[in-house]
Design a protein around this ligand. Structure first.
Ligand SMILES: Nc1ncnc2c1ncn2[C@@H]1O[C@H](COP(=O)(O)OP(=O)(O)O)[C@@H](O)[C@H]1O
Ligand SMILES: [Mg+2]
Length: 275
């Protein structure tokens, strides 16, 4: 297993309110266990507010754990030295939900995609010229073009911006991508294009995905395994077909019932045989 999440609980402490009051502590993650095998695509599905982003922030050590531990490739992430953590961050990249908010509007596409190469220049030493070549290679890999290099984010559509976000995540040759609702902000037709791209990149680059969505249709398209999270607790973790054919929790059944069309043959995200 490349990523092992064991008994992870995260409690956000209540805030002081007025002189006497205090809001209650909030348990955002409650004894979460899951393991992701190398090269697989693992889905996490749950409605808004169920703790999905909190879990990704715990994996990236942007939040401390209240209890439990998370191992990447056998190493406890929350016990790594700052240097080892930097090294790990180069292997473990994230694509964010909102391609409008996650790209700095004052930076060119070149500088946005090159940024991780600069941050990790000790790990991937390159001359400025080599960096530009690498950026160009990445843009082509995600379906963008040379003439896009020195443009700014506002000149691009949502789908194109998410391609830029993906190129940036791939810059340092990561092993593992966390995709936190990468297509949720996009129109359905554009979603399918971006999902096709992600699927192709995973095959080509042998990446491991932790793919977060509130949409089971998207998860079915891209994932091998899936866990269902409800109010910070995993209520089910299974192979993806198993969840659709034989869900074990009432909550999963409810999610399936809420899908506009659970038949994969008619899903807009159907894996086309021509991919
Ligand atoms: N820093 C924080 N302090 C207090 N509560 C938080 C904090 N971050 C997230 N939460 C709460 O934790 C819950 C889960 O949030 P989140 O992980 O963002 O959900 P999701 O990504 O599934 O929509 C929400 O109720 C949210 O308000
Ligand atoms: Mg979220």
């Amino acid at each position: 297993m490349i990523l092992d999440i064991r008994h992870v609980t995260k409690i956000f402490p209540g805030q002081r309110k007025g002189i006497f009051g205090r809001t209650e502590d909030f348990k955002a993650l409650d004894n979460v266990n899951l393991s992701i095998a190398k090269g697989k695509s693992y889905g996490l599905v749950g409605e808004s507010g169920s703790g999905k982003t909190t879990l990704t922030r715990c994996i990236l050590r942007l939040e401390d754990l209240t209890s439990g531990h998370i191992q990447y490739d056998g190493q406890d992430i929350h016990k790594l030295s700052a240097t080892d953590m930097r090294h790990l961050r180069s292997k473990l990249q994230i694509v964010f939900q909102d391609p409008y908010a996650s790209l700095d509007p004052r930076m060119t596409i070149h500088d946005i995609v090159a940024e991780p190469l600069v941050i990790h220049k000790d790990i991937v030493p390159m001359t400025p010229r080599q960096r530009t070549e690498r950026v160009l290679e990445l843009l082509l890999q995600v379906g963008l073009h040379q003439q896009h290099l020195f443009r700014y984010p506002h000149e691009f559509s949502g789908g194109q911006r998410q391609r830029i976000g993906i190129a940036r995540a791939l810059a340092v040759n990561p092993e593992f991508l966390i995709l936190d609702e990468p297509t949720s902000a996009l129109d359905v037709s554009v979603q399918a294009d971006v999902l096709n791209l992600l699927h192709r990149l995973q095959q080509e680059l042998g990446l491991t995905y932790f793919f977060i969505s509130h949409d089971l249709g998207v998860i079915r398209y891209i994932c091998d395994d899936v866990a269902v999270i409800y109010r910070g607790k995993l209520v089910e973790a299974e192979q993806v077909d198993q969840i659709f054919d034989n869900p074990s929790s009432d909550y999963t059944r409810m999610l399936l019932d809420a899908m506009p069309n659970p038949d994969p043959e008619s899903s807009p995200f159907r894996r086309a045989s021509s991919l």
